[in-house]
Design a binder for this molecule. Structure first.
Ligand SMILES: [Zn+2]
Length: 408
């Protein structure tokens, strides 16, 4: 081998080692989707951490922003330059674009196969997690097919029929059908139990119930979303605990696993232009990623973690109008109950949230989604595939490639 070739080969080997990747196939895959989590949302959370420790100018890295591979994904749907979560979820789950409001179906209303089904058939265990409703758009894109993302009842029935080993976090939206129905339908949970699922309501129950197919929810008020992390009780179920529980179920037996976890409340906070709730939700998802990263450290050659978003929400900016400034320490006031503007009043009053964003010089340009591309971070086996520019439809294809499974 020529000297120059050898130097290049050694340099490439070192570069591959530095990215934490190798030619190993990924056996354990985590896909984290921060719903609505654009670059600015992440920067906001990092600036918050820096300002918490008194650094007014810095940004402290999150767990996932330290991953060695960074790419960006375009997010447009088949019908709109600005995607909704079901079209984006469909792209991330199936590798195909669809129209806004469609779920797991192509624009001609034909069903698409998600990688969760492909991998399940190939012998991998599957976990689907979120902190919003488990039959909401993003998680549902991995197991359901419907022309209308809001058709929560049949979507919930498809969850029961999926056979996937673990669902967790938020409970059902509209568990007895549309609120417009005069006669409620049978409870969705009954269909899941009939299909062999066991409900674990709270972590204590989860610890006692060892079963093949499990749905983990909050102990009480177990339908719909988990509460926002900002202002909620310390002992509320969080996404990190759900991911930890999923690992316990999924790592036993099987060929490996695919676990998708959505930070869905980031999007909810951003639709409301609620700055501090948005920051807390991004930090909450980072803690969930940290649980996966601990798993990665035990199985570095066989684990792939991908962290991305389905779209950006709110058009949030660090700084607004003229003046080159933003200051997140104004939110210290809502973090103490002694203030007149305590956390509860803040969370319940849109005008107060707006006032604080203005005082913090944080800009929000819309209550909807934007057409911005989103970041993609990756670490582990096959992570090098996620560098550079890609489309959201490339992500499930790259995951299959990293796992050595044919994309269907
Ligand atoms: Zn949204």
């Amino acid at each position: 081998m020529k000297k120059t070739t050898r130097i290049i080969t050694v340099a490439l080997a070192i570069a591959l080692m530095a990215t934490g990747c190798s030619s190993n196939k990924a056996k354990y895959v985590f896909l984290f989707i921060g719903d609505g989590m654009g670059f600015s949302h992440v920067a906001l959370a990092e600036a918050y951490l820096a300002q918490e420790r008194g650094d007014a100018c810095g940004q402290d890295p999150l767990t996932f922003t330290q991953f060695p591979v960074l790419g960006m994904a375009t997010t447009f749907s088949a019908s709109n330059p600005i995607t909704c979560s079901s079209a984006a979820g469909t792209a991330l789950a199936t590798g195909y674009k669809t129209k806004n409001h469609m779920l797991g179906m192509n624009p001609d209303s034909l069903p698409l196969k998600s990688i969760a089904y492909t991998l399940h058939e190939a012998g991998y265990k599957i976990g689907i997690m979120t902190n919003v409703g488990i039959n909401h758009a993003t998680p549902a894109a991995f197991y359901a097919h419907n022309v209308n993302r809001s058709d929560y009842y049949p979507i919930g029935l498809e969850l029961a029929a999926s056979g996937f080993e673990f669902f967790g976090g938020g409970g059902y939206l509209h568990p007895t059908g549309s609120p417009k129905l005069e006669e409620p339908l049978p409870y969705l949970g009954d269909a899941a139990e009939a299909a062999g699922y066991t409900f674990a309501r709270g972590l204590d129950e989860f610890a006692r119930k060892k079963c093949d197919k499990i749905i983990l929810t909050r102990q009480t008020d177990y339908e719909g979303s988990l509460p926002y992390r900002f202002g909620c009780a310390e002992d509320e179920l969080n996404l990190a605990q759900v991911v930890d529980a999923a690992i316990q179920v999924l790592e036993k037996g099987g060929k490996g696993f695919f676990a998708m976890a959505e930070g869905g409340l980031i999007d909810y906070a951003a639709h409301s232009n609620n700055t501090i709730a948005d920051i807390f939700e991004t930090l909450d998802m980072d803690q969930a990623v940290a649980v996966a990263y601990e798993f990665y450290k035990k199985h570095p050659k066989q684990t792939l973690i991908v962290v991305t978003a389905d779209h950006e929400t709110g058009g949030v900016s660090l700084g607004r109008e003229r003046g080159y400034r933003f200051d997140l320490t104004v939110f210290d006031e809502v973090k103490t109950n002694e203030s007149t503007n305590d956390a509860e009043q803040y969370m319940n009053t849109k005008a107060v949230q707006q006032e604080y964003s203005e005082r913090a010089h944080i800009g929000w340009t819309t209550g909807s989604h934007t057409g911005s591309p989103v970041p993609v971070w990756a670490v582990g086996a096959g992570s090098q595939l996620f560098a550079g520019r890609m489309d959201n439809t490339d992500i499930p294809r790259k995951i299959c490639q990293a796992m050595g499974v044919d994309f269907e």
